[in-house]
Design a protein around this ligand. Structure first.
Ligand SMILES: [Zn+2]
Length: 170
């Protein structure tokens, strides 16, 4: 089921999410819905707060050409980050059509629980590393625009407020 994606500014996007712990049928259903919502958007990552669920669940798939490679991460944690940084032009499904360069560690090691309840650990580089950090930030109520200067951030926020007014009017 495709779920509606919250648009910034929204208090649910600013709230730190709670740990999941045990994998329940509800969490499996949430993850399936999140993947469907992400592919439909389309996007390369989605975090549970973006569909209004303040739980620590993230989905991603950064493969643009070729067979899909969906990853569901429950209670993910960055356990190591490289000293070298990289700059990507980031966007966000909760901040449509706005892009900005964000500097982050070029590689990260992430530990998480998969849908079978098993602990996983994997190194990510390139777009995968950026995406993983962007999505895990969402679980702490942090958006990519929080890395920008206040003027740029306010400009984007005002555009989103306008977009939301227009959508509300239909
Ligand atoms: Zn995002």
């Amino acid at each position: 089921m495709i779920r509606p994606i919250l648009i910034h500014p929204d208090p649910r996007l600013k709230k730190p999410c709670e740990a999941v712990g045990e994998i329940t049928p509800e969490i499996r259903a949430l993850a399936a819905d999140m993947l469907e919502t992400m592919y439909d958007a389309p996007g390369v990552g989605l975090a549970a707060p973006q569909v209004g669920v303040t739980k620590r669940v993230v989905v991603m798939d950064c493969i643009k050409d070729g067979p899909p490679e969906p990853i569901v991460m429950v209670d993910p944690q960055v356990v190591w980050a490289s000293e070298d940084v990289t700059t990507y032009e980031e966007g966000c499904l909760s901040i449509p059509d706005q892009y900005a360069e964000v500097k982050r560690p070029a590689s990260v090691r992430v530990a998480w629980t998969d849908l079978d309840g098993l602990r996983q650990e994997r190194d990510f580089t390139g777009l995968w590393a950026t995406c993983a950090q962007h999505e895990i930030d969402h679980l702490d109520g942090k958006l990519f625009i929080d890395y920008l200067g206040p003027l740029k951030r306010q400009m984007i926020t005002r555009k989103m407020e306008k977009l939301k007014r227009e959508r509300a009017r239909g």
